[in-house]
Design a protein around this ligand. Structure first.
Ligand code: TMP
Length: 259
């Protein structure tokens, strides 16, 4: 048996050669990193949950006409995707102040923003993913102005749809990160949604308690990260029958830490 070829290993995923030209297999690891990989750990079962959560969200987004790289889930940790040329820009969409926005501008975490903000970060680990403007993206040729217009339009549509989807299950979509890639059809390039959408790259707060149900539990050493990811999957209806009773008890983590 020949071993399949690994194309790329990132912090939370591995990409393997796919079964047909133009396809890849995306494998979800349990590894978690934060602060540009200065903090490392594992969240047990995270890969399985993110695979399912991302499948669910990409499939739902496809039904409203957002083109994505997702083809189908293959097994617990893998999905078949279209190969894209990743645009080296992280697109962050914010509805509520948190994280680096709160820190940089001194806006209290949890403040509802009067309008949605889109920010761009240049994907470069060595530089620590610096924030950039549209101007830098055009100047250095990371994406054309037309591609950036398509990206901003898609980001807003994804945000509107996901705000509603999460609100329906009692979750506030505070902010999240998207990545896009280019696919070539004859001589024309088209931009589609790539990477993943999961609690690794979203801030998801319980609407009633404001409990964090995302990777901030790991970033801030709050504990209960696996349970938080499970809770998101459970509310999305993705946990198998029987495991539904494994409801979240994040309160116990808080109490243990005396907070
Ligand atoms: P930030 O507040 O740290 O800038 O993060 C904004 C959102 O983007 C948050 O939901 C987490 C996500 N994110 C990533 O997915 N990857 C990253 O490298 C960073 C910095 C943020």
């Amino acid at each position: 048996m020949t071993r399949r070829r690994q194309i790329y290993e990132g912090k939370a995923k591995i990409l393997y050669e796919g079964p047909e030209p133009g396809t890849l297999i995306q494998y979800f690891k349990d590894d978690a990193t934060a602060f540009n990989a200065q903090k490392r750990g594992t969240i047990s079962g995270k890969g399985v949950l993110n695979n399912r959560i991302s499948e669910h969200l990409f499939t739902a987004l496809q039904t409203i006409g957002i083109p994505t790289h997702f083809i189908r889930r293959l097994n617990m940790r893998e999905q078949l995707i279209r190969q894209v040329e990743i645009i080296p820009v992280e697109v962050v969409i914010r509805n509520v102040a948190a994280g680096s926005l709160s820190k940089r501008l001194g806006i209290e975490e949890g403040t509802q923003l009067p309008r949605t903000i889109i920010e761009y970060y240049y994907k470069d680990d060595a530089l620590g993913d610096p924030m950039v403007a549209d101007e830098h993206i055009a100047c250095f040729g990371w994406a054309s102005q037309e591609e950036m217009n398509d990206i901003a339009d898609m980001a807003i549509r994804v945000n509107d749809f996901m705000c509603g989807l999460f609100a329906a299950i009692g979750i506030r979509l505070v902010d999240f990160k998207l990545e896009f890639g280019r696919v070539w059809e004859n001589d024309f390039a088209r931009v589609i949604l790539a990477d993943e959408i999961s609690p690794d790259g979203c801030r998801l707060w319980d609407m009633k308690s404001n409990e964090k149900l995302d990777k901030d539990r790991f970033r801030q050493d709050l504990g209960g990260e696996a349970e938080a990811y499970q809770e998101v999957a459970r509310r999305l209806g993705l946990m198998p029958e029987g495991e539904e009773t494994a409801v979240l008890d994040l309160d116990s983590h808080r109490k243990k830490r005396g907070k």
